[in-house]
Design a protein around this ligand. Structure first.
Ligand code: KG4
Ligand code: ZN
Length: 341
């Protein structure tokens, strides 16, 4: 079986093809056209600009995905597309393209939840259930308990900013550029390599709260207060240290709460997913949490952490085991920017 997928929920235009043979999923192509360079100058994603670039990029990206996979549209069994959550104007480009192709190519279309797909980026490996997934992206921070590939429940989420959003905002207040995550983590690494000690104390919001929710807005404000007290030269000099201490606080809270949930629910696997899963310090700490609990730890390769259609295609394979879409099902599919997992 072959599945062709499209992802346009934010600022990445992506198309992918996976092949499934004897239950094993293989990514044949996963083309991502990122708009990061375009949105950089605005310090964040501008929805209308993103949509315009999706329109411009989508057909070349699709062509490239087919060419790289050496597959023809006629060989595809199903099409799938991210229908939400995300930016409505961005989602619509992918969804309308997928609906058109479903009609023209006469291939059934499946709508995929973007957050489920972030988790599914781990499903290439066999999973021991129950499994606990921590999704950390620019828009979401969620703890999901999975009983099987298809049965899951949300047990916690951020009550304000997402973890990735906090990285982006801290980068902005330190004048580091966009997206903040990779820059902040590179600066943090620089400080760690220096072997210097820091006396900068930052809070660990909600780390001892009796639930599995998170909060990162206060942490960002704590960084802002510290930075506001510094003169420009000191701010510049201490930027790697601030990044390191901020990252430590985020990693601390995420890993401690995940460990607590894993113990409570008897998880046999911890999975890390979403753009912030590309963070090395977080990957290492979560790996240690799993080691200490003697359970499995999974996190996707870097290329499957940030937004990409490969994860949508992998997710589709598992969703198709539950329900096969009809040939004219495209008529009912709509972009849903607030689609909750
Ligand atoms: O999942 P994603 O690509 O898009 C959303 O669905 O939001 O995640 C993007 C987020 C951004 O906030 C970005 O700063 C963050 O992931 N990110 C990182 C790293 N790489 C990307 N955060 C921390 N460390 C990284 N290495
Ligand atoms: Zn995402």
């Amino acid at each position: 079986m072959k599945i062709f997928s499209i992802e346009t929920s934010c600022d990445e235009t992506s198309a992918a093809i996976v092949g499934v043979s004897r239950g094993k999923v293989e990514i044949l192509s996963n083309v991502v056209s990122s708009q990061i360079e375009i949105h950089k100058k605005y310090g964040g994603v501008v929805p209308e600009v993103a949509a315009r670039h999706h329109v411009k990029n989508i057909l070349p990206v699709i062509d490239e995905a087919f060419a790289k996979a050496k597959v023809k549209p006629a060989q595809i069994d199903f099409i799938s597309v991210t229908a939400g959550p995300g930016l409505i104007t961005s989602l619509m480009v992918g969804v309308e393209t997928a609906k058109t192709l479903s009609y023209v190519w006469r291939k059934p279309l499946l709508a995929v939840n973007h957050m489920y797909a972030h988790i599914a980026a781990n499903f290439i490996e066999p999973i021991k259930f129950p499994a606990l997934a921590l999704i950390v992206s620019g828009g979401h921070t969620e703890l999901i308990l999975l009983k099987s590939h298809q049965r899951f429940e949300k047990i916690g989420q951020t009550i304000d900013d997402a973890a990735g959003e906090a990285f982006d905002k801290v980068a902005k207040l330190l004048d580091l550029g966009y997206p903040g995550g990779p820059i902040v983590s590179a600066q943090a690494e620089k400080f760690q390599e220096s072997g210097l000690e820091s006396d900068l104390e930052l809070p660990r919001p909600m780390v001892t709260s009796p639930n599995f929710n998170f909060s990162f807005s206060g942490l960002k404000t704590a960084v802002l207060y510290k930075v506001n007290k510094m003169k420009p030269a000191e701010k510049k000099k201490r930027t790697p240290e601030i990044c390191f201490e901020f990252q430590e606080a985020v990693v601390d809270v995420l890993s401690k709460k995940t460990a607590k949930a894993a113990k409570k629910f008897g998880a046999k696997t911890i999975m890390l997913a979403g753009g912030v899963a590309a963070n090395k310090a977080l990957r290492q700490r979560m790996g240690k949490v799993a080691d200490d609990l003697e359970i499995n730890f999974l996190t996707p390769p870097f290329s499957l952490c940030t937004d990409n259609a490969g994860m949508i295609a992998v997710a589709s394979h598992f969703l198709l085991q539950k329900k096969k879409p009809q040939l004219n099902g495209w008529k009912k599919i709509k972009a849903n920017p607030n689609w909750e997992l």
